[in-house]
Design a protein around this ligand. Structure first.
Ligand code: NAD
Ligand code: TDX
Length: 336
């Protein structure tokens, strides 16, 4: 199988490439990635001699057409992925997430190539803290941020291309991922690398917001399950029952570093900050037989902390620029 992986130099995509090469000797991988600030050549360095890497934009329709024409399937991870960036500068999100997805859909339509679309639970908006409900495949779309609205737009394009043109596509909407190779702008790696650098963790607002955490390797196993056995035209939610509020996550990280539970700063909250995400993944479990392997968030967190401790060469060059960006956007301590 000749597999085109867009965004294969990013966090989830690079883990997907590593996992695929380790478990699927019959798959030939080509990565298409623009190598934005979030794309990492060193994340792919251990496997660089076993894959093809093309540097380019998914919105470049000629390039995409030629790569898709020689592929049997496409897994589309490439995106602008950080909510805070989308609030500061939305255009790259519209360009990559909407126009880029359009360009891929036109190519898979023309060449009748199997397509899997990677999306997020954020397309459903947020839930109240005390709401017993979780998101399901039939929850109405209600995105809040420029990031989540462009991801929702891309999902809707996929659905329309399936219905109108018979494109052979599936969609997955996953909850918050953690694990190796995640950029230090994101919540968990930011706090781990802060503590390595002797900086107090930084919690947006009071930290009561809840995210539903899943290890990136479990996400990618689910993607392969859908590629192998998913029904064309269908959507599957991916989650591992990992709901924790942000304050608890910070305190678990502090504990792992032997620090006091209140040793963090509260900083300016994110505008429009979604309160809670929660995924009901029973469809994927019942119909396709998937289950997460990382049952314990605390174990997964411990191995992720260990990974950042032992891979400082991977993240060090991102750190100061990322923190500078947060400062320039006006992040301020509101409570010690
Ligand atoms: P990431 O930001 O770490 O990686 C994105 C990759 O896409 C980078 O390598 C970047 O260089 C590349 N890219 C950006 N614009 C491009 C363009 N125009 N053309 C080609 N490549 C481009 O993101 P991630 O966290 O790995 O997320 C991957 C996918 O998973 C995204 O579609 C995201 O919406 C989705 N997702 C992420 C999470 C999460 O918790 N991180 C959860 C659910 C879904
Ligand atoms: O320093 C921080 N302090 C803090 O309290 C940062 C960076 C974040 N937060 C909060 C905001 C969120 O409630 O932590 C939570 C997680 O934040 P992010 O890592 O920015 O993730 P989130 O906004 O939830 O979105 C993530 O999950 C869904 C990914 O970035 C998206 O790509 C994915 O679709």
């Amino acid at each position: 199988m000749r597999l085109l992986v867009t965004g294969g130099a990013g966090f989830i995509g690079s883990n997907f490439v590593h996992q695929t090469l380790a478990s699927r000797p019959d798959v030939e991988v080509t990565v298409l990635d623009l190598f934005t600030y979030a794309g990492s050549r060193s994340a792919l360095a251990p496997v660089a001699d076993r894959i093809s890497i093309v540097e380019g934009d998914i919105a470049d329709r000629e390039l995409v057409d030629s790569l898709v024409s020689t592929s049997d399937a496409v897994v589309h991870f490439a995106a602008e992925s950080h909510n805070d960036n989308s609030l500061a500068e939305p255009w790259p999100f519209v360009h990559t997430n909407v126009v880029g997805t359009f360009s891929l859909l036109e190519a898979v339509r023309r060449h009748d190539v199997r397509y899997h679309h990677i999306s997020t639970d954020e397309v459903y908006g947020d839930l109240e803290l005390d709401d017993p409900a979780k998101f399901t495949e039939s929850t109405p779309y209600n995105p809040s941020s420029p990031y989540s609205s462009t991801k929702a737009s891309s999902d809707l394009l996929v659905r329309a291309w399936v219905r109108s043109f018979g494109v052979r596509a599936t969609i997955s909407n996953c909850s918050n991922n953690y694990g190796p190779y995640q950029h230090v702008e994101k919540f968990i790696p930011r706090q781990i690398t802060n503590l390595i650098d002797g900086i107090r963790p930084r919690l947006y607002g009071a930290g009561q917001n809840v995210r539903d955490w899943i290890h990136v390797w479990d996400h990618n196993d689910a993607v392969w399950t859908i590629l192998d056995r998913g029904e064309i035209g269908e959507t599957y939610l991916i989650g591992a029952n990992g709901e924790h509020d942000n304050r608890t996550v910070v305190q678990l990280i502090l504990q792992a570093f032997g620090r006091d539970a209140d040793d963090f700063d509260q900083v300016t909250d994110r505008p429009g900050h979604d309160l809670r995400y929660a995924i009901d993944s029973s469809r994927l479990r019942k119909e396709l037989g998937w289950a997460p392997k990382y049952e314990s968030f605390t174990d997964g967190l411990a191995s992720t902390i260990e990974w950042y401790r032992s891979h400082e060469d991977w993240w060090r060059h991102q750190k100061e620029r990322t923190e500078q960006g947060y400062r320039e956007r006006g992040e301020k301590t509101i409570a010690p």
